[in-house]
Design a protein around this ligand. Structure first.
Ligand code: DP6
Length: 361
């Protein structure tokens, strides 16, 4: 390593949005490598709102790898962080910045330590896929810092080893995580189905029912489902493969009716699997159920669906409106039925590219 002074610091900052699955990933066939039992499809949210911002820095004066999450130091000892760091380090290439007098060879990276600082602009671990944005951003920023020359597909396979759903956040628009067949996970990665401009009529409204941390993490919830639910295996083998084909078709043709039907059905089946788990897992609450009823009732009163809903491992509703007009009407309905007051269950709303987050809780 050649450098004029030992005082230099190299830094990279990246921002990665979270993604919401419309065909869910739930269940692993390999816990260590994070290999899923079915393909999944997601829509990546607007980077302006629900995203993670990560700054990674390297300097010869750092004596260990360290990380801060939302300003608090966080242990990097977990296997998932270590795996991502190891995978990126093993692909690092040499770097030279004449102005700063910095020259790092491929081998130097083994002995250089990194500092990582990450911020979420949304509730962590409240079923808003914070780990997806977090690991995608970590892998992407480390890859830039260490001059890794891999495409998004290969980087997604590394992010997958941090958190499965993270692999889909490497892309904007719509992404598919291909489960892959290989035991070593080399073919389990995400691809982009369509970019963010392809279907820009859609407006996403998130109704934040609760920003509390969930009781059962996705990781342990899906492990318990794989071990105890029969429905999950039927879903993975018989239901999802067909839905994946239909969802890809719906996205390609911007067919909102099919998109809404598939998204709602898949969310409901995922929660049915949670109920079929022993002991049952309840991610949704009464407010979530009331939101479903409200949307279902409205959709049925129209010639074709106006809004799709989907819920991840938490009570918050992700509502996808077919266009701005439907989003405005949806918001009116939500505000009427669920006024965000401090004593109400529903805390705030986040809408598409314009935030109207009103945290009144
Ligand atoms: C319900 O990706 O958080 O959001 O791979 O164990 O980290 P790990 O789980 P995670 O699970 C996400 C589950 C889900 C559905 C989805 O995003 O596809």
């Amino acid at each position: 390593m050649a450098c004029e002074s030992e005082k230099w610091v190299l830094m990279v900052t990246a921002q990665t949005p979270t993604n919401i699955a419309v065909i869910k990933y739930w269940g692993k066939r390999d816990e260590d490598l994070i290999l899923p039992i079915n393909d999944s499809i997601s829509v990546t949210l607007d980077p302006e709102h629900l995203c993670t911002t990560t700054t990674v820095a390297v300097s010869p004066s750092f004596d260990q790898d360290r990380m801060w999450l939302n300003g608090k130091e966080f242990s990097l000892s977990g296997g998932r962080y270590q795996r991502c760091l190891k995978e990126i380090r093993s692909r690092a290439s040499g770097f030279e910045d004449e102005k700063k007098g910095v020259k790092i060879t491929e081998k130097d990276w083994e002995n250089l330590h990194v500092h990582i600082s990450s911020y979420n602009n949304f509730p962590t671990a409240a079923g808003l896929a914070s780990s997806a944005a977090g690991f995608a951003c970590l892998v992407f920023s480390l890859a830039k810092l260490m001059n890794v020359k891999e495409d998004h597909g290969r980087l997604s396979a590394i992010a997958r080893q941090g958190s499965g759903s993270a692999c889909r956040s490497l892309y904007g628009g719509f992404a598919k995580w291909i489960m892959g067949k290989n035991d070593d996970g080399s073919d389990s990665m995400a691809v982009q189905l369509a970019d963010e401009k392809h279907w820009d009529d859609l407006v996403i409204v998130i109704a934040v029912v609760s920003s509390r941390q969930k009781e059962t993490s996705s990781t342990s919830g899906m492990r318990e489902s794989v071990e105890t639910s029969k429905l999950i295996h039927h879903r993975a083998k018989e239901v999802v493969p067909k839905r994946i084909v239909e969802m890809e078709e719906a996205i390609k043709n911007r067919d909102f009716e099919s998109f809404a039907h598939l998204s709602c059905a898949d969310s409901n089946q995922f929660h049915a699997v949670c109920m079929d788990t022993c002991p049952p897992i309840f991610y949704m609450n009464d407010t979530s159920h009331r939101i479903i009823s409200c949307v279902e009732k409205w959709n049925r009163s129209e010639a074709s669906p106006q809004v799709a809903y989907t819920f991840d491992a938490g009570p918050n509703a992700v509502l996808i409106a077919r266009n701005r007009k439907a989003a405005a009407l949806l918001l009116q309905r939500l505000l009427f039925h669920f006024p965000p007051r401090s004593d109400a269950d529903l805390k705030s709303y986040v809408i598409g590219d314009k935030s109207i987050l009103q945290d009144v809780g």
